[in-house]
Design a protein around this ligand. Structure first.
Ligand SMILES: CC(C)(COP(=O)(O)OP(=O)(O)OC[C@H]1O[C@@H](n2cnc3c(N)ncnc32)[C@H](O)[C@@H]1OP(=O)(O)O)[C@@H](O)C(=O)NCCC(=O)NCCS
Length: 155
C-alpha cells in the first residue's frame, strides 16, 4: 500500500470556492479523482479510468486560504480493478490546526495500452495488520458495489 500511496497539497484560492467562501465540493472531487488516479497508475503502470466513485462524504468545510491535503492509498486489487481510499484534511497555515474534512472510495480500472480493454494488474501485498483490516473492509465494499452495479444494469 505504501509504495503507491500519494499525498497532494493544494492552497485553496478564491477560484476553488463556492458562494459560501469555502472549497467547492466538485473541486474536492476533482482533486480526489486525480490523487486516486496517481495511486492506480503507480500500482498498475498502465493507463487507468475511473469506474466508480463511492461514499464521498464532506465532514467539514475547507476555507479559502487554508491548505487541503489529499491522501490516497490502495485498499484492494482485484483482476483489473483497484479500490483507492482518499482522505481529505484541512490545515490552517496560521494556527497549524488540522481537521478531517472528507473521505471517498474510488475504483479505477487498468487498461491495456493497445486494446484499451481491462487488463490484469499485479496483486496487492499486505504487510501490516492495519492493511489487512483495511483490505477486509474493502472486500465487503466491493461486494456491495458489484451488487449495486448488477442492480443498475437491470434498470
Ligand atoms: C470501467 C470500464 C473500463 C469497465 O469496462 P467493462 O467492459 O465493463 O469491463 P468488465 O465488465 O470486464 O469489468 C472490468 C473490471 O471493472 C470493474 N468494474 C466495472 N464497472 C465497475 C463499477 N461500476 N464499479 C466497480 N467496478 C467496476 C469490474 O468489476 C472488473 O473488475 P475486475 O477485472 O477487477 O474483476 C468501462 O465501463 C469504461 O470504460 N467506463 C468509462 C470510464 C470513464 O470514462 N471514466 C471517466 C474518465 S477516466
Amino acid at each position: 500500500m505504501a509504495d503507491s500511496a500519494t499525498e497532494m497539497t493544494q492552497l485553496v484560492l478564491p477560484q476553488h470556492a463556492n458562494v459560501h467562501g469555502t472549497l467547492l465540493g466538485g473541486t474536492v472531487m476533482h482533486w480526489v479523482d486525480l490523487a486516486a488516479a496517481i495511486v492506480a497508475n503507480r500500482h498498475s503502470r498502465r493507463p487507468v479510468v475511473t469506474a466508480a466513485f463511492d461514499d464521498m462524504a464532506f465532514h467539514a468545510p475547507v476555507m479559502v486560504g487554508q491548505v487541503a491535503i489529499i491522501r490516497a492509498r490502495l485498499t484492494l486489487v482485484d483482476r483489473s480493478s483497484m479500490e483507492i481510499r482518499v482522505d481529505v484534511e484541512s490545515e490552517d497555515v496560521i494556527t497549524g490546526e488540522k481537521r478531517k474534512t472528507g473521505t471517498a472510495f474510488v475504483t479505477f480500472v487498468a487498461l491495456d495500452p493497445v486494446t484499451r480493454r481491462p487488463t490484469p494488474v499485479q496483486p496487492l501485498v499486505l504487510k501490516t495488520d492495519e492493511e489487512r483490516a483495511e483490505h477486509a473492509k474493502a472486500l465487503e465494499r466491493r461486494r456491495l458495489r458489484l451488487e449495486r452495479r448488477r442492480a443498475h444494469a437491470d434498470d
